[in-house]
Design a protein around this ligand. Structure first.
Ligand SMILES: C[S@@+](CC[C@H](N)C(=O)[O-])C[C@H]1O[C@@H](n2cnc3c(N)ncnc32)[C@H](O)[C@@H]1O
Length: 310
């Protein structure tokens, strides 16, 4: 592997996340209600927004962000498309490791998390707590070069909130394709996308989610720095390290096809705030369309299940 930052980045006061009582009641309710809600909403959204998709992509589900984009529902949907039970899962860009918990109930044969930064202390806590349910391992590694992993190793490669941060998506997809078994699937959910409302993961904390596209660079830096006091260091790190892919929706889809993947399922999420902004600020919105299409500005999240062989 390439040389990677060695220092353990786990924050000193970090503890395993735990749902509040209210959240543990809401979660199963959302899981019961949202599939029906999404089934009802998708045709309504399609009718309203498909006209902006000039390429007429085969989109299976339209979302009204962020409804339906939560981890539990995304796993549930993937499991309907490709059974997770007894399959080997590689979680790409697992961060501190919170992603693993939502896979456990489907009883995969093993879970391996790969992450660029070292979060060893956090990973050890997850492994200690959950490894009796499913064998779990965390590896520090760069997704653009997974040469320690042999070809055709995993049934499922999964990532949440990672693609929008990759500097070299084609290189990562090439590795995913190589290490997936011939019958395997690649699942990814990503967003906000750079050209969408809040695409810098920062704007939109107030009521202008397109600041990163509208402001001159110096004004944008002032805007960001004025938020010092509310503890957004984590997001600023992404901006300072330039950890954004800057791709538009069609470019993500093209990258998947260029690598040889074929579609099993595709979902596009529309940003309600972006739509509202177009209604309330038509002139400024018009200037944004010089930089990106309406689809690019409206679609803030994408979820995909693609397979290695047709
Ligand atoms: C927004 S975080 C999401 C983390 C985790 N999936 C979650 O949802 O909590 C994106 C993660 O992708 C990781 N990442 C980005 N580029 C990477 C690369 N080339 N190799 C490995 N990890 C990478 C980042 O370090 C970061 O932890």
């Amino acid at each position: 592997m390439l040389s990677l930052p060695l220092e353990d980045k786990t924050p000193p006061d970090w503890q395993l996340p735990q749902d509040s009582i209210i959240e543990s009641i809401k979660k199963p309710l959302r899981l019961a209600i949202y599939p029906h809600y999404l089934k009802m909403m998708s045709p309504i959204l399609r009718q309203r927004f498909a006209k902006f998709d000039e390429r007429n992509l085969p989109i299976d589900q339209w979302f009204w962000w962020p409804r339906g984009f939560e981890f539990e529902l995304l796993r549930y949907r993937l499991n309907q498309i490709f059974t997770i039970n007894s399959k080997s899962v590689l979680i790409a860009g697992c961060g501190q490791g919170r992603d693993v918990t939502t896979w456990l109930k489907y009883k995969p044969s093993q879970i391996v998390g790969v992450e660029y930064f070292n979060y060893r202390r956090s990973w050890d806590l997850f492994t200690e707590k959950y490894a009796e349910q499913v064998p779990i391992q965390f590896i520090q590694g760069d997704l653009t070069n997974l040469s320690d992993i042999p070809d055709n190793t995993y049934d499922i490669i999964a990532s949440d909130a990672v693609f929008e941060h990759l500097k070299d998506l084609p290189a990562v997809l090439k590795e995913f394709y190589r290490i997936l078994k011939p019958t395997g699937v690649m699942y990814a959910t990503f967003g906000p996308l750079w050209y969408s409302w809040g695409g810098d993961h920062f704007s939109g904390k107030d009521n202008t989610g397109f600041n990163h596209l509208l402001l001159k660079q110096e004004d944008y830096l002032t805007y960001i720095n004025n938020y010092e006091r509310i503890g957004v260091t984590y997001i600023k790190n992404f901006l300072q390290e330039n950890m954004f892919s800057y791709l538009k929706p069609y470019e993500y889809i093209d990258a998947l096809h260029n690598q040889g993947f074929s579609k099993r399922w595709l979902g596009f999420a529309i940003s309600p705030q972006a739509v509202d902004f177009f209604v309330t600020h038509p002139t400024i919105a018009g200037s944004l369309t010089q930089k990106a299409s309406i689809l690019d500005l409206f679609v803030c999240g994408i979820s995909v299940v693609y397979q290695k062989r047709p």
